[in-house]
Write a protein that binds this ligand. Structure first.
Ligand SMILES: Nc1ncnc2c1ncn2[C@@H]1O[C@H](COP(=O)(O)OP(=O)(O)OP(=O)(O)O)[C@@H](O)[C@H]1O
Length: 314
């Protein structure tokens, strides 16, 4: 069953096209990864799915409900964890969650139970009485996630939940996502510009940049798109610029970079190692080491877009 259908969404801010005919489907119980560099349009897309931003064209169906026509029903199925922390610093964690639970219509014993359950889920049960202003950034983010799950939504959307947090909180968040997905079959949309997080958590992946689909499919399918590619690393000393110029002339070379003393060559299946070695031996370089690597999602992105995923903190 499709939990979310995004059909041909287009959105402009003034004259700027921010979402360009985006479409995908997410099945119930999937952990769906939305990956793209800063400014790709991820937050705009998430906010459109929850109905906070109106699309110019297209259609979004959440659990069978059109977000424009049956917005209350559609929105009630979603717990959104926004990028910005939405907590009262002067209240403790429990009081914050009680406030949010109240907004979802929870009260009395059920509200108390859900608050304890959510605190437990994000491993903050023993910190519930602490004022939020005394929390670390990672703890705040975990509490923010707890707030989004109080009403047991069928879908949780997390907009870059691990930006700028400590590794321990990041691990708690990963464990929590996997647990809630396994135990409650919650559908998760996880947006990130960290390739390794998407690779670890998600079954299906949508890669976007500049508002457009770059690639969409399972991890295996995405890797298969550039499957015949391999990466050859040559560690060498000497005139590497000259060597790179010569190697670029080979038809089988798709991309070539140099970092310190290592030349990294992304090449297709036509690459003949002998030919490569002949080219290398013609140049005035001393080869220290040659190795062949398996392709990663980072390389898939790089090969498809010609760009490295920019890091938020960079
Ligand atoms: N309210 C707005 N008005 C005008 N332009 C906007 C608005 N919101 C977003 N944009 C622009 O739309 C583009 C996509 O932004 P968006 O925040 O959706 O990207 P993102 O992939 O979530 O990036 P990040 O990882 O930095 O959060 C950017 O160029 C941004 O400047």
């Amino acid at each position: 069953m499709n939990m979310i259908e995004v059909n041909n969404i287009t959105k402009r801010f003034n004259d700027k096209l921010v979402l360009d005919n985006v479409s995908f489907k997410i099945e119930k119980g999937e952990i769906f990864g939305l990956l793209g560099p800063n400014g790709a349009g991820k937050s705009t897309l998430m906010n459109t799915i929850v109905g906070l931003i109106k699309m110019d064209k297209g259609e979004i169906i959440v659990g069978g409900h059109d977000i424009n026509k049956e917005s209350v029903k559609a929105r009630s199925m979603i717990g959104l964890v926004p990028q910005e922390i939405a907590l009262f610093e002067g209240l403790n964690a429990r009081d914050n969650l009680e406030y949010w639970g109240g907004l979802y219509g929870l009260k009395g014993k059920l509200l108390k139970e859900r608050v304890e359950e959510a605190l437990d889920m994000v491993a903050l049960a023993d910190q519930g009485k602490k004022l939020v202003k005394a929390y670390s950034g990672g703890m705040k983010r975990r509490l923010n996630i707890a707030a989004a799950m109080l009403h047991h939504p069928e879908i949780i959307i997390m907009d870059e939940p691990t930006v700028g947090i400590d590794p321990q909180s990041r691990n708690y968040i990963f464990e929590m996502i996997q647990k809630i997905n396994k135990e409650r079959n919650t559908t998760i949309i996880y947006t990130s510009h960290y390739m390794e997080e998407i690779e670890l958590l998600c079954n299906n992946i949508f890669i976007m940049d500049l508002g457009k689909e770059i690639a969409y499919g399972t991890k295996a399918e995405l890797k298969r798109m550039v499957q015949s590619d391999k990466i050859i690393n040559i560690k060498a000393k000497g005139n590497l610029d000259m060597l790179m110029l010569e190697l670029k002339k080979l038809n089988s070379v798709r991309k070539i970079d140099v970092e310190e003393n290592i030349i990294k060559i992304v090449c297709n299946e036509k690459m003949n190692l002998n030919q490569l070695l002949i080219e290398v031996s013609k140049q005035n370089v001393e080869v220290k080491n040659i190795s062949v690597e398996e392709i990663s999602l980072e390389e898939v992105f790089l090969t498809l877009t010609g760009k490295r995923l920019r890091d938020k903190e960079a």
